[in-house]
Write a protein that binds this ligand. Structure first.
Ligand SMILES: [Zn+2]
Length: 300
């Protein structure tokens, strides 16, 4: 099903998500992406790096890492494509093309200093690549990270900066007219998890106890973007799509192990896998009360 009553033959509802590494989209927004894609909205994912510096969970793939064969980035292009098939999302791109910006590693790592890493990127240049996408797909809604990138990873912080700058520049007629007609994004959200939802998830996880196969349980600090409940403006109920979200997360097999309603990253500490995904609106008009739709209040 495709909506086709928007301008220039575009689907009526258009959602853009900006992420740092392959896997972030499925963990944060997998159910949301599957839901809107299934409903006929145009969903565009822009991923800023290939995640070359990630750790690898399966021992048989451990040779892919940057300190060994250094081909994890290429491998993760395939994982991301498989995840997008699970979510029904056909428009996924890498910022400026695959491999233009390299994963910067964790904050303080020597990889932060590499001239080709995303952390060292020229902001205007990186934003320009995103402006081209914004002016092409003309989204009403953009989802990005908060200024701390959710949890302080340099690529997540940089993805926030690039997304917010690009949203401004895309609307300015004077900026790079060669990149298309100006477009103002009606609503901008940052990913978040309300504290009570995170606490409830960890309570479920502790109750499951040794029934999960993980080495231990993560802490609240491991959940990106935890906010006070009243800051979570929109709750997208993705319950009908949580199976697709889990399948997409499994497609990122070097990064994630899924076990029922829980998952773990390379530290093997269990975290809740959220069926309801939350968003904090930072730009746009919001109808009263917590909405269930990212497009609420936009004229579509
Ligand atoms: Zn990431």
């Amino acid at each position: 099903m495709t909506e086709s009553d928007g301008p220039d033959g575009l689907p009526a509802r258009r959602l853009l998500l900006v992420h740092a590494h392959p896997d972030d989209e499925s963990i944060n927004n997998g159910a949301t992406m599957a839901k809107y894609a299934a409903e006929g909205a145009h969903v565009t994912l822009v991923t800023c790096t290939l995640g070359e510096e990630g750790e690898v969970v399966p021992p048989e793939l451990a040779h892919l890492t940057s300190d060994r064969d250094n081909i994890l980035g290429e491998h993760r292009i395939g994982e991301l494509a498989a995840a997008m098939r699970e979510l029904g999302v056909t428009d996924h791109r890498f910022l400026g093309g695959p491999g233009l910006y390299r994963d910067s590693g964790m904050m303080g790592a020597p990889q932060n200093e590499r001239p080709d890493c995303f952390w060292q990127a020229d902001l205007d240049e990186a934003a320009g690549h995103l402006v081209a996408v914004i002016r092409e797909v003309r989204p009403q809604v953009m989802v990005a990270y908060d200024p701390n990138g959710g949890y302080g990873h340099p690529d997540h912080i940089q993805a926030h900066r690039v997304a917010m700058l690009a949203a401004d520049l895309a609307a300015e007629p004077g900026f790079r007219p060669d990149l298309g007609a100006p477009h103002a994004i009606a609503k901008v959200y940052w990913n978040c998890v309300p504290r009570s939802a995170a606490e409830e998830g960890f309570a479920r996880l502790r109750a499951a106890g040794s029934n999960t196969g993980f080495a231990g349980v993560a802490s609240m600090a491991d959940v990106p973007g935890v906010v006070d409940d009243d800051e979570a403006t929109v709750a997208v109920d993705g319950s009908a799509y949580v199976g697709r979200k889990a399948a997409a997360m499994r497609a990122h097999a070097t990064q994630i192990v899924v076990d029922g309603p829980f998952f773990a990253l390379s530290n093997d500490l269990g975290q809740p896998l959220f069926a309801v995904e939350y968003y904090r609106m930072v730009r746009g008009h919001q109808p009263a009360g917590r909405a269930g739709d990212l497009f609420a209040g936009t004229e579509v």
